[in-house]
Design a protein around this ligand. Sequence first.
Ligand code: PGA
Length: 263
Amino acid sequence: MQLLKISEYARNCEQQSPRFTPEIYIFETTTEVDTFAATRLIEQVQAKPASILTLPTGNTPVGMYKQVVNAYNQRLTDLHAVTIFNLDEYYPISQEHPNSYAAIMKRHLINHLLVAAWHIPNGEAKDPELEAERYKQLLEQHQPIDLAILGIGPGTTCHIGFNEKGSSIGSNVRYVPLHPETKEANAKLFDNPRDIPDGTITQGIADILQAKQILVIAKGTSKAWGINRALKGPVSSDAPASFLRLHPNVTFVLDKNAGQYIQ
Ligand code: PGA
């Protein structure tokens, strides 16, 4: 059940002109968030079979991918012409490590269906700067991205991709050290928390804002602060997700816990 559609919300927030008004959907359950996001992805591919997508990893999109794979298995969608760019990857990390974003993407999506191409930064590359440059050039060859789907960082990180606090609006694909708060949160997802790498290679804020459409998905109370901060207060690099308010076509889809401060 959809609780609220608050396109009015951002209009009422403290804003500096010119800013755009994100669409915001808040759902009672996380499954409804997954369904909304999966439907948006499938509709995008229906409208343009050779879509270029930026896709996230982490826990948040797992349910969305499950629904996309279900739809694929029922022949309700066909992604054979789609090109996928992952948003980010840890660095350094073995692609075989179960917590690498490469392994997570394979587990939840790539192993289950056919796509035209799938690109992700190589966590095993010798030089992260060179690898970032390679990925940046590849991305540039395919831009503009048709649809970018993102999560948001937990706690007060307010990151998108691994664009941590201090990331500039003009940033492109690059190596970014993990912020200590992100490191602490994500280390809990590793069997051995000490295995968490120090860094990442991530699409930059400018790469994300370059997409034609952006869909932000967030679930749970750990995202509530970041969602509120992204939508309120100054658009500034101390809250990288706030830069999304500079894009004309952004949708936030939240469960009621992630959306608790903005209802
Ligand atoms: P999560 O990560 O989906 O695992 O919460 C999101 C993020 O850190 O951007």
